[in-house]
Design a binder for this molecule. Structure first.
Ligand code: FMN
Length: 187
């Protein structure tokens, strides 16, 4: 099961993320939790969030980039839901082995990120990647849609197809044939 933790502060005003979420939702076995719809007053139901995570084999964190960062409710989600003794620390194994994917849209194109001492977009993934790895998760190559300020419908459609295909790959079971062939190839 794929769980998408979706954090758009104004989900009803979204263009890019709305289309991506729609494409993802067309797949079976995808659960979307829209944090700003669920928790408009920022009071998270930690138990419900943890139960949803327990059901997932792939956890996706999807959001628009805001000031080179995640929207505040998603940050609160990390602080509250990934608790000691559950996600990390003694007995904190709930997320171990699950895959983690960052899906982010940015208004600027890739040049927008060529600023400061770490002018590489990948640097912005570091806190999330480190968090995932700290909890024993398997970090996946991020899904990024740059340039949403100038995103024409055709480019958005292509991104939606790319996102859906990317997620569908995680739902495709590895066939016995493929396993046998791989095993055979390595002797
Ligand atoms: C408060 C705020 C801060 C933003 N900061 C950034 C930023 O740092 N870099 C960037 O490329 N885009 C930034 N944007 C643009 C959003 O990332 C962009 O509008 C969004 O990805 C479009 O997706 P949507 O159509 O789903 O809203 C910002 C937007 C807002 C509202």
């Amino acid at each position: 099961m794929i769980l998408i933790i979706y954090a758009h502060p104004y989900p009803h005003h979204s263009h890019a993320n709305k289309r991506l979420i729609q494409a993802a939702g067309e797949l079976d076995q995808v659960e979307v939790r829209s944090l700003y719809d669920l928790y408009p007053d920022f009071t998270l139901n930690v138990a419900a969030e943890q139960q949803a995570l327990s059901r997932a084999s792939l956890v996706v964190w999807q959001h628009p980039m805001q000031w080179y960062n995640m929207p505040p409710l998603l940050k609160l989600w990390f602080d509250k839901v990934l608790s000691h003794g559950w996600a990390y620390g003694h007995g904190g194994n709930a997320l171990r082995g699950k895959k983690a994917l960052w899906a982010v849209t940015t208004g600027g194109d890739s040049h927008h990120f060529e600023l400061g001492s770490f002018p590489d977009f990948a640097a912005l993934a570091q806190p999330l990647e480190a968090t995932a790895l700290y909890c024993g998760m398997q970090w996946q190559p991020p899904f990024v849609l740059h340039g949403t300020f100038n995103c024409d419908p055709a480019r958005l459609e292509a991104a939606a197809v790319r996102y859906q295909a990317r997620l569908a790959d995680y739902l495709t079971p590895v066939s016995d044939d493929a396993t046998t062939l791989a095993g055979g190839a390595h002797g």
